[in-house]
Design a protein around this ligand. Structure first.
Ligand code: ADP
Ligand code: MG
Length: 898
């Protein structure tokens, strides 16, 4: 079995952003492998073979191109058109020993471009599937590049010098290739390669427009006008079958006839002409495409996708508004919208062009502007994840804004977002889009994640600022752009008209902020500052008779006292004039954020210039409070310790994946695992379920019960109806507890068979578990953020209580602990009123194992341990189910293009 399934090829990015093709070699590749070795210098050959023998080269070519040798495997890297072999990696071992020798060769011209690393990453996954637990690479000690590659993999390589040869031992057993260190190293390499591959899109040296015809009102002509108006710094051309010039720009019939091969071609030709054009671009050596055209048929779409990959291009679209790069070094506006993105600091990616225009307009108006803009459309290739990686590396971008229906591979999104969020805010709109999807899911666990509250918590965990509307997005962006983050949730509200201050205070509390009293000292000081009749507790009512200068002194006094983390000023014009003007004459930025609410003055939000910066002014209290609450959340997230993902020793990823593959071969549409396979799957990750037996008739049930009774509490057993279509057994009266003696078991079987009828295929007999706290632990999927671990009070009352915490995988030690400690069941778990504490470490261990299982087996879409019974002496899982769905079984973290 190999990891590549069908098709046997994957495309991936080398470190410099070049697309390469990876696949296991076949006999037809023999010449290519030989040819690569013939281009290698004597020195390179010596390092590979410890001698420059042509026999070794021939043997290698024969060996790696012979398929299906047990315990052995090979992969080759080819140029993206498949024309030239540029790297070969192989492992050769004895299928029984689990140890294999690793060897790598990369064409000289491709050294230093990350090909070796990429090949080893993929071969590691392949070897593990082949039950190899140790790879050994024999390397000459002065082969620095090879040692460096192995070192930088993020795998715990052990080097030992044996007879002048460096023996590099790479353990693959346990969960090593799932460790955070390895995955982090992998993610860093992916980000670098990804950014390099996007350079021709966002920093092209030459651009050609296809589809800018003679009609001045066409989309292509609008694009050309925008490109010209933005003063693109590179070379501009038009692709046109007959014209020699369009709107003053030189035109050429085909990409290969251009004097200079363009880095980027913007495609706005009719849908039926797109596939041929894309292929022509690829052949000519074009590096990137923006496809504006919509309405491709599936066949056209497939051809475009194929050309893009085969020629190693990157592509935005189709069906999009275009892209823009405001860096003056490039000055690219390849959009056909009428709003021109102003140079600025927000990275913007949208799916719909309309939203893109609205957002750009707002960011321009606020003076935030745009660094990079991309309307991603149907996202054949470039996704929100790519954009996040670009912005992470781009120093001009200070915040990332994504308004997308989906972001890209969810597992990667939640990892990338967390990494980007460390350095710059990631903002998005989450309008509870998945309600319908969530309704469709079946078990308790899936139902448990329904509320939008949980969704919000997940975005928070990922460090993503997710708001409800586009308006709120702009409101938060304005605050993050202009003010520091608050250190806490305490807000001082200062108003010059009683009612407005009270409204603002209420809005703050509604948004989850606090409006605490200042304490007597500060209140006395404010009393001295303000006229009689002013209210000096929080919210402060200065009365309408104070001027802006006094208000400003109030702000500084309140901030100096240090009791609050932010100030919200609710201002109304008074007989004395508009105090906002005076406020704006003061400093814009202090150590803590200051926001203004001024319904008479502001649109939903404005950034008004003040001394040394800008002050956010909101048209209503709710918007201001929501913005501040999000800033507070971001501050909390940034400073919260991250914890570590514990290493788990006894997990068998290969076995879990084989189990999944076998089941899906039998049930191609997926479904719930039968009890035996479910227990085995959990067993591969060290989760033990209560002992159980399956019985098909009453006498068998009696025999099984006799066998199991001694391990049950007081010799008591349990009978449960099993059938592939019974999801919740209690709902159909399918659970009989506390059965003592043969007669009781016999009677219970007959009763179940009678009541449930044909739905029941067999019964499951279990010892009765000793009583304890009934909990639920499970896994479900979020379509945006990937796998989640769910935890809460369990048992048959689960749906009613809906007491569930959720966390993104991978679960850190702090995540697992907070799931328990913050749950409603915490008093029961940690012991209260004299009751002893339960085995909370055992519960946390199960959560970690579920997290790892969910991450390692993408076909596992749902798992539901309900209940697990926690007692002081341990944890018993008495009911478990796992649902699998067909997904390609490839390693979800391996670097490859879609
Ligand atoms: P379902 O969730 O499909 O209704 P369960 O197997 O979870 O079926 O059983 C329902 C309830 O019966 C559990 O929540 C638990 O309270 C109790 N129960 C089930 N099996 C056992 C057992 N082996 N020992 C003790 N109680 C059990
Ligand atoms: Mg149950």
């Amino acid at each position: 079995m190999n990891e590549f399934g069908t098709p046997h090829e994957v495309w991936a990015l080398a470190a410099d952003g070049e697309t390469v093709l990876l696949r296991p070699p076949g006999p037809e590749d023999r010449d290519g492998v030989l040819a690569m070795h013939h281009t290698m210098s004597p020195e390179s050959l010596y390092l590979r073979f410890f001698g420059a023998s042509q026999t070794s080269v021939r043997e290698t070519a024969d060996r790696v191109t012979t398929p299906d040798r047990a315990g052995c495997g090979a992969l080759i890297a080819l140029t993206h058109d498949g024309g030239e072999v540029v790297g070969v990696v192989e492992y050769n071992g004895d299928p029984d020993s689990g140890e294999a020798e690793l060897a790598l060769a990369v064409a000289d011209a491709w050294h230093g471009r990350g090909i070796g690393t990429l090949l080893i990453e993929h071969v590691v996954t392949m070897a593990r599937a082949d039950k190899v637990h140790t790879l050994v690479a024999d390397t000459l000690p002065w082969n620095r590049p090879m040692l460096r590659v192995l070192e930088d993999m993020g795998l715990p390589v052990r080097n030992r010098l044996v007879a002048g040869v460096m023996n590099c031992v790479i353990p693959l057993d346990g969960d090593i290739p799932s460790t955070e260190r390895y995955l982090t190293a992998l993610a860093r390499r992916e980000a670098l390669a990804d950014v390099a591959s996007l350079v021709p899109l966002f920093a092209p040296r030459s651009v050609a427009v296809a589809g800018a015809g003679r009609r001045a009102d066409s989309v292509g002509r609008a694009l050309l006008r925008n490109l010209k108006a933005a003063h693109f710094t590179g070379t501009l051309a038009v692709l046109h079958p007959t014209a020699t010039e369009v709107d003053g720009v030189p035109a050429f019939p085909t990409p290969d006839l251009l004097p200079e091969v363009p880095d980027l071609v913007v495609v706005a030709v009719p849908a039926d002409r797109v596939p041929d054009l894309v292929e022509d671009c690829g052949r000519a050596g074009v590096r990137a495409l923006v496809v504006i055209t919509s309405g491709a048929t599936p066949e056209q779409a497939a051809r475009v996708h194929d050309s893009v990959r085969r020629h190693g291009m990157r592509m935005v679209g189709p069906n999009c508004l275009g892209i823009a790069q405001t860096d003056p070094a490039t000055a690219l506006n390849a959009t056909f919208g009428w709003v021109v993105p102003a140079a600025g600091s927000a990275g913007v990616a949208v799916q719909s062009g309309g939203v893109g225009i609205a957002l750009t307009e707002q960011l321009n108006r606020l003076g935030i502007g745009v660094s990079t803009f991309a309307s991603l459309g149907d996202k054949y290739d470039v996704s929100g994840n790519d954009m996040l990686q670009w912005w992470q590396a781009d120093t001009r971008t200070t915040m990332a804004i994504l308004h997308l229906e989906s972001f890209g591979n969810p597992r990667k999104f939640s990892r990338i977002a967390r990494a980007v969020g460390r350095t710059k805010p990631v903002l998005t709109v989450d309008a509870g889009r998945s309600a319908a999807g969530r309704r469709a899911a079946g078990s308790h666990t899936a139902a448990a994640v329904t509320p939008t509250v949980a969704r919000g918590a997940l975005f928070r965990q990922a460090g993503v600022t997710a708001v409800q509307t586009l308006g709120d997005l702009v409101a938060v962006a304005a605050l993050l752009h202009s003010q520091p983050l608050p250190d806490g949730a305490s807000v001082a509200v200062i108003g010059n008209a009683g009612g407005a201050g009270v409204l603002a205070a209420d809005a703050c509390v509604d948004a989850g902020l606090a409006v605490p009293r200042f304490g007597p000292d500060v209140e006395a000081e404010l009393g001295a500052l303000l006229p009689a009749g002013a209210a000096c507790a929080n919210p402060v009512d200065t009365t309408a008779t104070v001027d802006g200068e006094t208000l400003r002194r109030c702000v500084d006094r309140v901030l100096a006292a240090g009791h609050v983390d932010a100030v919200v000023l609710a201002l109304a014009p008074t007989a004395l004039g508009d105090p906002l003007g005076d406020i704006l004459e003061g400093p814009a930025v202090r150590a803590r954020p200051v926001l203004v609410i001024a319904p008479e003055r502001a649109a939903a939000v404005d950034l008004l210039p003040a001394v040394g910066g800008t002050v956010p002014v909101y048209g209503d209290a709710r918007t201001a409070a929501v913005a501040l609450a999000h800033a507070y959340e971001r501050a909390m997230w940034s400073t919260r310790p991250r914890g570590t993902v514990p290493a788990l020793n006894d997990v068998d990823r290969g076995a879990a994946r084989s189990l999944a593959a076998e089941f899906l071969l039998r049930e191609p549409d997926g479904g719930w695992l039968p009890p035996r396979e479910c227990a085995r799957m959990l067993g591969t990750y060290g989760i033990r379920v209560s002992p159980w037996r399956q019985a098909f008739d009453a006498e068998e049930a009696v025999a099984m019960a006799r066998e199991l009774a001694p391990s049950g509490v007081d010799g008591v057993v349990v009978l449960k109806a099993y059938g592939p279509h019974i999801v919740h057994k209690s709902d159909v009266g399918g659970v009989r507890l506390r059965l003592v003696g043969d007669d009781a078991v016999r009677a219970a079987f007959t009763d179940l068979a009678h009541r449930i009828g044909a739905l029941m295929e067999s019964v499951v007999v279990q010892p009765m578990a000793a009583p304890g706290v009934e909990l639920i632990a499970g896994v479900t999927q979020d379509e945006v953020l990937g796998p989640l671990v769910v935890f809460g009070l369990g048992g048959v009352t689960t749906d009613v209580l809906a007491d569930h915490g959720t966390r993104l995988t991978p679960l850190t030690d702090l995540d697992a602990h907070s799931l328990l400690a913050d749950s409603r069941g915490a008093p029961l778990l940690y012991g209260h009123r004299g009751a002893p504490a339960t085995d909370t470490a055992g519960v946390e261990d199960i959560l970690h194992r579920l997290s790892r299982l969910a991450d390692d087996v993408p076909q596992l879409v749902e798992a539901d341990l309900n209940p697990l019974v926690a007692r002081p002496d341990g944890v018993t899982v008495v009911d478990a189910r796992i649902r699998l769905a067909p997904r390609h079984g490839r390693d979800p973290y391996l670097r490859r293009l879609r």
